[in-house]
Design a protein around this ligand. Structure first.
Ligand code: ADP
Ligand code: MG
Length: 216
């Protein structure tokens, strides 16, 4: 299957498993929301997919390739966190350059940066300081940086939870259009049912370490 699949993921800390044989299948261009209360294991799922959390069992398959044994950098999966992780000592362009693969010449890198900023609705922001950005702008920069790495899937861990209503809606629209334009499979984690419905094509509930369809 072209897309992202998790098969039989098991993760346990102390006590009962946080992921207990979890399966998930996301098609290319599909946005799946994973909904569940704080502490149910949503971040653990995303961290396992990207390789920041070791699994006791299970497979991560991206476009028919098992990436479960690869280090995080080699998995080609973008990650957006609850708060943007940006370096305040570099300007916006300096942060975006970190997303660009090594070996890309400077002029080409600058073109890609300008295009990515346009894609996320921040055209002309290259020389802005990180400290001067609003929360929503910071997330847009983090999204642009993730896209510059040309990921094959994108994971979003409650990236809008620190933003207020109108800003949040605009960012939902941006993220949706970017993911659709690039035909990326995406998993969006949230504890907010309205946000899940706004961004996703399909909502799943996390329950006892597995995912189930939302009951009507
Ligand atoms: P969510 O993102 O849904 O709020 P998490 O995936 O962060 O939930 O956490 C799920 C459970 O796993 C929680 O009980 C949390 O305390 C536990 N947990 C997560 N990471 C670790 C860790 N590195 N060590 C021990 N326990 C952890
Ligand atoms: Mg979490």
């Amino acid at each position: 299957m072209s897309g992202l699949e998790v098969r039989g993921a098991v993760v346990r800390f102390d006590g009962p498993p946080v992921l207990d044989g979890l399966d998930l299948s996301v098609a290319a261009g599909e946005i799946v929301a994973v909904l569940g209360p704080s502490g149910c294991g949503k971040s653990t799922l995303l961290r396992s997919i990207v390789g920041l959390q070791a699994m006791e069992a299970g497979e991560i398959v991206l476009h028919d390739r098992d990436v479960g044994a690869l280090p995080t950098e080699a998995r080609e999966i973008g990650f957006l966190f609850q708060r943007p992780v940006l370096f305040p000592t570099r300007d916006v362009a300096g942060n975006l350059r970190l997303g660009i693969p090594r070996g890309v010449a400077k002029a080409e890198a600058n073109t890609r940066i300008a295009t990515a900023l346009e894609e996320v609705g921040l055209a002309g922001f290259e020389r802005r300081s990180i400290e001067g950005l609003s929360g929503g702008e910071g997330q847009r920069v983090a999204l642009a940086r993730a896209l510059l790495a040309e990921p094959k899937a994108l994971l979003l861990d409650e990236p809008f939870s620190a933003l207020d209503g109108a800003l949040r809606q605009r960012l939902v629209d941006t993220v949706r259009s970017v993911l659709k334009a690039r035909d990326l499979p995406a998993v969006h984690v949230t504890h907010d049912g309205d946000e899940a419905k706004a961004i996703a094509d399909r909502c799943l509930i996390m329950d006892d370490g597995r995912l189930r369809e939302e009951s009507a």
